[in-house]
Design a protein around this ligand. Structure first.
Ligand code: HMG
Ligand code: MG
Length: 312
């Protein structure tokens, strides 16, 4: 952690939501609550903890209310959740979280597969949700998915992304998160996309949500940072994916982006060693398998080598 420096970027942790929604097994609620507590202790200040979507569509997050009830609320930490419609909004409000996140795809087919309606219908659903959220004093985040490519339609027009970002900002979303849902983006594309979105709204309201399918998430983060983005979504250990996007592998690992920025002298406010502890705990005590995050793998290997040396 860059000692004493005010964070130069915001990291929005999505592991407990984007990560766990894609787990083949359903984790015990207590493990999810423990994960969120450990992430907060490592310095994460914005954590997406669950989804108020249909439990039939996403069974892994069916315990959304219980998770929200169980997490320890701490001063300065904001907890968010996905909200697809008014039914989800009522659940979110009851759970007393801070950031309501709506989501829509830049490609019609992915939107239909993900939420069973057209892009225009999604926007119409969001209007009363965003209005209610603002009236209740909640922050609103809006994801635009498939911004760098769609698993069903292939290339996605920059203009479609810009149109949606503008529409969501006009509806009242505080932050628009650009989702490379299947991790096909590359740095030049991300730079051009960010510049185009930046013509429509201030980049202080824009985040990048990268997946690491092709190993370019860190490069894409750097490209977006250079283009002016200061808010990045990431998932501990690289856990995650979208169940309605075939081929969507893990999210950008939080340790990878923390390491990237801290080494570049840009403070994140996150303690990398504590975050690595969380990853190792998840691997050993919760999931029983190794996670894909590169920095987690490297740091774990380093610790194992040191332990062996200490024993000889
Ligand atoms: P639907 O089946 O079209 O909904 O689903 P419906 O309105 O026809 O209702 C059908 C049933 O679902 C009803 O129950 C409703 O009450 C219930 P029944 O009468 O049959 O018993 N229902 C709900 N239950 C609980 N909470 C709700 C809710 N809404 C309806 N909010 C729906 C439409 C949107 C609900 C469904 O398609 C859905 O839940 N989809 C969620 C898919 C999802 O979560 N995908 C992953 C997240 S997106 C992502 O990962 C991308 C992201 O990370 C960014 C990126 O990477 O790009 C964000
Ligand atoms: Mg995602």
């Amino acid at each position: 952690m860059t000692a004493g420096a005010a964070p130069g970027v915001r990291l929005y942790e999505v592991g407990p939501r984007d990560g766990l929604q894609n787990e083949p097994g359903v984790l015990p609620t207590e493990a999810k609550i423990a994960l969120i507590g450990r992430l907060a202790a490592a310095g994460l200040r914005e954590i997406e903890v669950t989804s108020f979507v249909s439990p039939r569509w996403i069974p892994a997050l069916a315990d959304a209310e219980a998770v929200a009830k169980g997490i320890e609320r701490r001063e300065g930490i904001r907890f968010g959740a996905l909200v697809p419609n008014l039914e989800g909004w009522a659940r979110f409000l009851g759970a007393e979280l801070d950031v309501a996140a709506v989501f829509v795809s830049a490609s019609e087919t992915h939107n239909r597969r993900n939420v069973n309606c057209s892009v225009a219908e999604s926007l119409a659903r969001f209007e009363p949700v965003i209005e209610a959220a603002r009236t209740a004093g909640k922050s609103v985040r809006a994801y635009v998915s498939t911004v760098c490519g769609c698993p069903y339609e292939g290339p996605v027009a920059v203009a479609a992304v810009v149109r949606l970002a503008r529409a969501l900002a006009a509806l009242g979303a505080d932050e628009i998160s650009l989702g490379d849902t299947i991790g096909v983006g590359y740095p030049r594309q991300v730079r051009e996309l960010v510049s185009a979105v930046g013509e429509a709204l201030p980049l202080s309201r824009v985040a990048l949500h990268a997946h690491d399918t092709f190993g370019r998430a860190v490069a894409n983060v750097e490209a977006a940072f250079e283009a002016g983005v200061r808010s990045f979504d990431a998932s501990v250990g690289g856990l995650g994916g979208c169940p309605y996007a075939p081929g969507a592998s893990g999210n950008l690992a939080t340790e990878d982006v923390v390491d990237l920025f801290e080494r570049s002298g840009i403070a994140t406010g996150i303690d990398l060693d504590l975050l690595v502890d969380v990853g190792i705990w998840l691997e050993d005590e919760v999931l029983g398998r190794r996670l894909p995050g590169r920095v987690l793998r490297a740091k774990r290997g380093e610790r194992e080598r040191e332990n062996r040396k200490g024993r000889t």
